[in-house]
Design a protein around this ligand. Structure first.
Ligand SMILES: Cc1ncc(COP(=O)(O)O)c(C=O)c1O
Length: 391
């Protein structure tokens, strides 16, 4: 039998993709599944972006681009970061990647040595610890308090730092909790980062999906000191409903971007050429602001619906998510662990959700509200019936 390398044995498959695949397979068999497992917008990619990619394809834009991306797209991303986020990066400090995931992967691969520690506030997106594992470093999990909105405090960060700490992975708005850090909270974390001279990997992929008038603040925009210690990672999947395009980016200090580009030159070679032209058009079109805002408003209405329905279910409690498109209700009063809860819910009521244990929180489940209102209502009615049946 072929023996895997230690690396191959260490890596775990994505639990969110596993549940989504099971739900998809059930749907393919004709089962009426309410699928709340997926982390992708249910909208189509805006027409303007699709048309620009099609035009690029027809114009023969089918060859390699430079590894770090089309120069004009790198400039457009630098401009977007300046305009929307107050971040000053030269285009050379920006790289285009195959999804936001590869931006994170490249960055962590060139920053972490075996034996280093990366602080991961939990609940956290499933991919962070797996990438950290691949680098040979150790993910140090810091459990955030549900009562305080699942946010890492400056004190918790300071307490978690050791001489081996190299990085903090910060995700606001957060998948799976929907937590959004306030300016004050970000500033307090930045102070610790600067004091300890660690690096922040700031995953801002949900930055456009924020509710209740809250505003996104990029940690790297606070001042020069923190900017030099920050790598900002993001992408087009969520804001432009473009998950399948596989387009993301990282922006940060030149040394990091150069090394990450070299890594990319020997892995994917870069993002798909005609997709990059679509992204360029999307960033340059003022009209898309309106489209993105419409999606945001729709998500906020769905968030309101789902939270108010969850409040009616005795046995569940739910912190108000302020961003992204997930609710993360607490199921501990049911007495079930999150995996059993999700499996039984899928088997008995055909509702697909993701067990919180995948994110390091076994008392919760993740419900994606990237689904239409009718499906949300039906799924929540089934969830209600399921919880009631547990007695
Ligand atoms: C928190 C977070 N970061 C990054 C990503 C990566 O997205 P993509 O690789 O599709 O751009 C995701 C996708 O689900 C995510 O939830």
């Amino acid at each position: 039998m072929i023996k895997l390398a230690d690396r191959g044995n260490r890596i775990s498959p994505s639990m969110t993709f596993a549940i989504a695949s099971k739900a998809k397979a059930m749907k393919a068999q004709g089962v009426d599944v309410c699928d709340f497992s997926v982390g992708e917008p249910d909208f189509n990619t805006p027409e303007l972006m699709r048309e620009a990619a099609k035009a690029a394809l027809d114009a023969g834009k089918t060859k390699y681009t430079p590894t770090a991306g089309l120069p004009e797209l790198r400039s457009a991303i630098a401009e977007k970061l300046r305009r929307d986020n107050g971040l000053t990066y030269d285009p050379e400090q920006v790289m285009v990647t195959v999804g936001g995931k590869q931006a994170l992967f490249n960055t962590l691969m060139v920053l972490l040595n075996p034996g280093d520690e990366a602080i991961v506030p939990t609940p956290a997106w499933v991919t962070y610890p797996e990438i950290v594992k691949l680098t040979g470093a150790k993910a140090v999990f810091v459990t955030t308090d549900e009562a305080l909105g699942f946010k890492l405090s400056a004190q918790q960060l300071a307490d978690a730092v050791t001489p081996r700490t190299r990085a903090l992975i910060l995700n606001s708005p957060c998948n799976p909790t929907g937590a959004v850090y306030t300016a004050q909270e970000i500033k307090a974390l930045a102070e610790v980062v600067v004091e300890q001279q660690i690096v922040v990997i700031s995953d801002e992929i949900y930055e456009k999906l924020i509710y209740d008038g809250l505003e996104h603040l990029s940690i790297g925009s606070l001042d020069d000191e923190i900017r030099k210690l920050t790598v900002t990672c993001s992408g087009f999947s969520k804001a432009f409903a473009a998950t399948g395009w596989r387009l993301g980016f990282a922006a940060g200090p030149t040394t990091v971007i150069k090394a990450a580009t070299a890594l990319q030159s020997h892995s994917t070679s870069g993002a798909t050429t005609f997709a990059q032209y679509g992204a360029l058009a999307a960033l340059q079109a003022a009209s898309l602001k309106k489209t993105v805002e419409e999606m945001r408003t729709t998500f906020q209405a769905r968030r309101d619906l789902i939270v108010s329905e969850l409040e009616q279910i005795s046995g569940l409690t739910c912190k108000m998510p302020r961003g992204a498109f997930y609710a993360f209700p607490n199921i501990s009063q049911t007495g079930l662990d999150s995996m059993t809860f999700c499996e039984q819910l899928l088997d008995t009521e055909q509702v697909a959700t993701v067990p919180g244990v995948a994110f390091g929180a076994d008392s919760n489940i993740r419900i994606s509200y990237a689904a239409d209102t009718a499906t949300l209502r039906e799924g929540l009615a089934r969830l209600h019936r399921f919880v009631a049946s547990l007695g």
